[in-house]
Ligand binder design. Structure first.
Ligand code: 5GP
Ligand code: MG
Ligand code: MG
Length: 183
């Protein structure tokens, strides 16, 4: 499978690499303003948020620390399992710290509402959420998301960290898959 085949599996590109970088930079400016004078720990949710974390962190013109968590809420397909489990916990003691959870997408909101409550219970000074994408369904669940890149239709998207059966994370753009991929 060469690079052309990989991009060729996308039937509709929602956001190009350029769109994504521009939006992440805008979000970083807003976050810099909001956390001015505060210490900041950004927490990436593995594995989907790897690209967002890497690019957003490099958009910041201030000190920050980075840590990672891995949780599982989805199976290998496109449906939520409804169960959240910590696969890798933080290495950082977050008590008294300002924590910004960075994720690539919020769908049902199950994962991030659970994670926010979990981190808040560790006596963080604050816990907020930054996500590149949000689906309308997330609005029906009580999750306060402070920073959103874009709201998107209720479609399964891949690329830029987002996988289908662990593939397509390495695409630079975000889009929907051609039907032949699923069959
Ligand atoms: P939630 O708990 O908000 O329903 O789901 C969050 C996780 O589900 C995301 O971090 C992501 O791993 C997965 N997910 C939700 N929607 C999509 C999607 O459209 N595409 C992909 N690839 N993963 C998704
Ligand atoms: Mg994620
Ligand atoms: Mg996934």
């Amino acid at each position: 499978m060469d690079a052309a085949d990989l991009e060729g599996d996308l039937v509709n590109i929602l956001f190009t690499e350029e769109d994504i970088q521009r939006r992440l930079a805008e979000m970083a400016r807003q976050i810099e303003q909001d956390y001015e004078g505060e210490d900041l720990l950004i927490v990436g949710v593995l594995r989907g948020a790897v690209m967002v974390m890497a690019d957003m962190a490099r958009s910041f013109n201030r000190h920050l620390e980075m840590d990672w968590m891995a949780v599982s809420s989805y199976g290998s397909g496109t449906k939520s399992s409804g169960v959240v489990r910590i696969l890798k916990d933080l290495d950082t003691d977050i008590s008294g710290r300002h924590v910004l959870i960075v994720d690539e997408i919020i769908d049902t909101g199950l994962t991030l509402s659970w994670l926010t409550a979990n981190l808040a219970s560790r006596n963080a000074a604050s816990v907020e959420i930054c996500t590149l994408l949000r689906k309308p369904e997330a609005l029906t669940m009580q999750v306060d998301v402070k920073y959103v890149g874009w709201d998107i239709p209720n479609e399964f998207v891949v690329g830029y960290g987002l996988d289908y059966n662990e593939r397509y994370r390495n695409l630079r753009d975000i889009g929907t898959l051609a039907p032949h991929v699923y069959s």
